[in-house]
Ligand binder design. Structure first.
Ligand code: ADP
Ligand code: MG
Ligand code: MG
Length: 879
């Protein structure tokens, strides 16, 4: 027979998968602090919840009996019986999943009260008011949780009772008022459910347990799980625990306490408490709580005990704790503890302090940091103390805050930046043509798209704050206005966005500057000592490269060359190259681009001062450098009407656009296919790279990367091409420079051994590899079917955010393994967006790669994540 129920005395913190976080930690506290500090009880397992859900909401066999037995043991220990008319036992029925889901799941307090036991409780405690206050709370919570009766129904009745008696606080309602209110609540219950409020405590318990199970599949909980990547099939445990009462008078109370300041991480405990209150009063905001330090005046001994317990728990868990406590007539009880969620600054401060206090060693301290939150330390944010009105909310796509005037086009953003004005680029969505605007703007705001939309990716890559998918915004590009719930904003109006929180406001919110402070520096130094993976950056400009080095990048893992051709002074030359009728005239056009490219590379080599720089030869389809076909057709039409002199040029351009247009250009003539068709383009680029290398003061490490290789003959031909230019420049392949490939097609992973024979390195391009392996187009799917897939639990997050381990991840492992088998010294890296995603970094560590490469602002995050990977998986390989 499966064991569905565990007494607190049987559990431990290692059992959180089975007992949920709350149950496991209550059990652990019972051991560590002693049973007199933790009210007794038992936990019904998460497995029981899973079975219950599978069986269409019916309890698994044996559960009811085990609950009854556990209840008997609890009654024995408490010396009280549930529903007893003289001295009743009361219990709470508390939800508790594996990961905490604050406020998402349900809890019922004061269970066991009925029309008779309420009198027993009153007499036994000599406190009639307390007994009736508890009873009305129970009817309210039970009705709300078990039967779904709207909270306002009860709140309205409380308000009516207070108005009738001319009082303003709940605590001012006297016994008679509470008796009447309890009756009113029971009437509401009967009206809403068509049944009387259940008097049998066993029935109350059964219903409440079911209600907690049911809350797991409630809409609120499901939405939370999707946001936080918590699987739907974990289930919640249910904890049944003897009640202790904080609402028994002036020597009772309830509160929450952190073992250290939860905002700054400073070593002083923080928290809130309320005298004469039950736990939910503290968090609900009905009454204003008092600071934990004031407990010292209220009850000095209890305060001292609490401080001692916080120290003890922190030392035991080796992590900052977040606790709930209740004082019943001077006796302190601990009801919950868990590792405190904390903002980045507190996380970093705690890690450093914990090491200097000898609480943790460096590796342990590093493991307490959630690298995903560290973003906040690297960007300015809204002043957390500021008051402002939120105009609209959207997806927090790229962290940091920014203020500026609204502009609607990239060109306007560029013009404004040249005038020295700060602007926010506001668009429904963005595409490649808007990229210049990202550089010029302080921040990006869109009304469509999600975390993996073009706007989000580019903004994160550049470290520009962005809020995307703010659906309340109606953006009229023609009129240059934004309408939001009745407010209309025009070009030039000032707005502020916080990409860390996903908020938009018209208020002039003060910003607080980010800086890598001493604590963060220290933690990063430890990470560098512990990690095995190198961390490089994706950077196309000397500015980005410099920024990334400041943040600890050990080289460039991906320098894309196409942006260099998008710049205004380059575009006409690039177009001339594409328009060339034959190879010779193309070479002439390329000759003009060569010195410009060379300058670009010189700048980058200088910024990287001898560190490796992987440069990808031209990758995108050529049509991206020409005007869009529709715009061009319209221009031709206009020129024809006006009989303009440049009509023939426009017509020729349109013809060329048609010639090179493809049904699906992302699967078309791009990557090394360009190099095969137009070798002179790659030749020019290689000359530029190698001449820049020769000109550099500190000899750089150029790694020339051939994109989109499918066949070994492609890389063979390209390697030969690069080498022949290298020979012309008098440089030695393998020493002065290396040649490798971006692995971004499934076929390349399968034939990695053949490709590796012609490559010095592989760099996994996981963005395109995800697109091609899944057959998903990144720009399209985000807003189309991905939301539904998340909704239906087909996937639990976008594969463009965290590597799809069993699918795309397997291809990476295969490519790495097979490639190294054929070429033992092969260098392996990854340069997709995933290189900055902590969970993916752990995966790449285990796949045996040598480095990850990510956008400059994610470099510190990757350093920490790589260290955590090395701590968790010291061997660093699957094999
Ligand atoms: P949540 O997960 O929403 O915090 P909890 O199960 O922790 O829900 O309970 C809600 C409130 O009720 C908390 O303030 C908690 O301290 C209090 N509470 C829960 N069980 C008891 C109990 N046995 N005695 C007194 N207070 C309790
Ligand atoms: Mg709680
Ligand atoms: Mg690619």
């Amino acid at each position: 027979m499966t064991k569905w129920v565990y007494d607190f005395a049987e559990g431990s913190k290692e059992m959180r998968e089975l007992l949920g976080g709350k149950g496991a930690n209550v059990a652990e506290m019972t051991r560590v602090l002693g049973p007199e500090r933790v009210p007794a009880g038992f936990t019904i397992t998460t497995e029981a919840c899973v079975e219950y859900m599978k069986a269409q909401r019916s309890e698994p066999e044996g559960m009811a009996e085990q609950v009854a037995e556990a209840l008997d043991r609890l009654q024995e220990m408490a010396g009280k019986t549930l529903g007893d008319r003289d001295d009743p036992l009361l219990v709470s029925v508390r939800s508790g999943a594996r990961e905490s889901m604050p406020g998402m799941l349900d809890t019922v307090l004061n269970l066991g009260l009925n029309d008779e036991s309420v009198n027993g409780l009153a007499e036994n405690t000599d406190n009639e008011r307390f007994a009736w206050d508890s009873y009305r709370r129970f009817v309210q919570m039970f009705g709300n949780v078990s039967r779904g009766i709207a909270g306002e129904k009860f709140e309205d009745a409380i308000k009516a009772a207070k108005d009738q008696r001319g009082v303003s606080e709940d605590t001012e309602l006297d016994v008679d008022a509470l008796k009447e209110l309890t009756q009113t609540f029971k009437d509401i219950y009967a009206q809403e459910t068509g049944e009387d409020f259940p008097q049998d405590p066993q029935e109350q318990l059964r219903h409440s347990i079911r209600a907690v199970f049911d809350s797991w599949v409630g809409n609120r909980a499901r939405a939370y799980r999707r946001q936080n990547h918590i699987p739907d099939d974990w289930g919640t445990a249910v904890n049944v625990q003897q009640m202790v009462f904080g609402n028994k008078g002036d020597t009772s109370g309830s509160g929450v306490a952190f073992s250290r300041d939860e905002v700054t991480g400073a070593p002083e405990p923080s928290g809130d408490f309320l005298p004469n209150a039950q736990g939910e009063d503290v968090v609900s905001g009905v009454r204003t709580p008092r600071d934990i330090s004031e407990m010292r005046e209220w009850m000095p001994e209890v305060h001292e005990q609490l401080m001692e317990i916080l120290r003890k728990l922190e030392a035991h868990y080796k992590n900052m704790q977040d606790t709930e406590f209740t004082v019943e007539e001077g006796q302190l009880y601990m009801l919950q503890t868990r590792n405190a969620k904390r903002p980045a600054q507190a996380a970093v401060r705690f890690a450093v302090d914990a090491v200097s206090e000898n609480l943790l060693d460096r590796a342990q301290a590093l493991m307490t940091i959630d690298p995903g939150t560290l973003d906040a330390l690297l960007h300015p944010t809204f002043d957390p103390k500021a008051d402002f009105d939120v105009l609209a909310s959207g997806v927090n796509a790229s962290p940091g805050a920014a203020k500026g005037e609204i502009v609607f086009t990239a060109a306007d953003a560029v013009a404004a930046a040249e005038d020295g004005r700060d602007v926010i680029l506001v668009r429904p969505f963005t595409d490649a043509e808007d990229v210049a605007g990202f550089h010029a703007a302080r921040g990006i705001l869109t009304s469509e798209g999600g975390k993996a939309s073009h706007a989000a990716l580019v903004a994160r890559g550049m470290g520009r704050p962005a809020v995307v998918g703010a659906q309340a915004l109606e953006i009229d590009l023609a009129a240059k206005t934004v309408s939001v719930n009745g407010t209309k904003l025009h070009e030039g109006d000032r707005i502020a966005i916080d990409g860390t929180k996903g908020q938009v406001t018209t208020d002039d919110v003060p910003l607080v500057e980010a800086r890598v402070d001493e604590n963060f520096e220290e933690v990063l130094r430890w990470a560098d000592e512990l990690r095995r993976l190198d961390v490089r950056t994706n950077a196309d400009t000397p500015e980005d490269a410099t920024r990334a080095r400041e943040l600890g990048a050990q080289g460039i893992g991906l320098c894309r060359t196409e942006h260099m051709f998008m710049a205004e002074d380059r575009q006409p030359k690039m177009r001339a190259m594409i328009m060339a009728d034959d190879r010779d005239s193309r070479k002439e056009a390329l000759a003009e681009l060569l010195p410009l490219q060379q300058e670009d590379f010189e700048g980058i080599f200088k910024a990287m001062a001898g560190l490796p720089v992987t440069i990808r030869l031209l990758d995108p389809p050529l049509h991206e450098f020409l005007p869009n076909a529709e715009d061009l057709a319209a221009a031709v039409e206009r020129a024809r009407l006006e009989d303009a002199h440049d009509l023939p040029r426009l017509e020729r351009l349109l013809e060329r656009v048609h010639e090179i247009s493809e049904e699906n250009p992302m699967l078309g003539t791009r990557g090394c296919r360009l190099g095969i068709l137009y070798p002179e383009i790659y030749e020019m680029q290689v000359h530029a790279i190698l001449r820049a290398a020769k000109a550099a003061a500190e000899p750089p490490h150029p790694e020339i990367m051939i994109p989109l290789v499918d066949y070994e003959h492609e890389i063979e031909i390209m390697r030969e091409l690069v080498k022949s230019i290298g020979d012309q420049e008098g440089l030695e392949i393998g020493t002065d420079y290396t040649v490798g490939t971006m692995i971004e097609l499934p076929r390349a992973c399968f034939v990695a051994d053949r490709i590796a024979r012609f490559a010095d390195f592989f760099s996994f391009g996981t963005n395109d590899l995800t697109q091609t392996a899944l057959g998903f187009s990144r720009d399209d799917v985000e807003s189309k079917f991905v939301p539904t897939y998340l909704e239906r639990s087909i996937i639990d997050r976008s594969p463009f955010e965290t590597i799809d381990k069993p699918g795309v991840g397997w291809l990476v492992r295969l490519g790495a393994w097979v490639g190294r088998e054929a070429h033992p010294g092969l260098q392996l890296g990854i340069c997709g967006e995933h290189g900055g995603d902590p969970e993916s970094v752990v995966f790449f560590h285990r796949a045996g790669l040598d480095y990850v490469s990510c956008s400059p602002f994610r470099v510190p995050i990757a350093r920490i994540a790589a260290a955590q990977a090395a701590i968790r998986y010291p061997i660093g390989r699957w094999d």
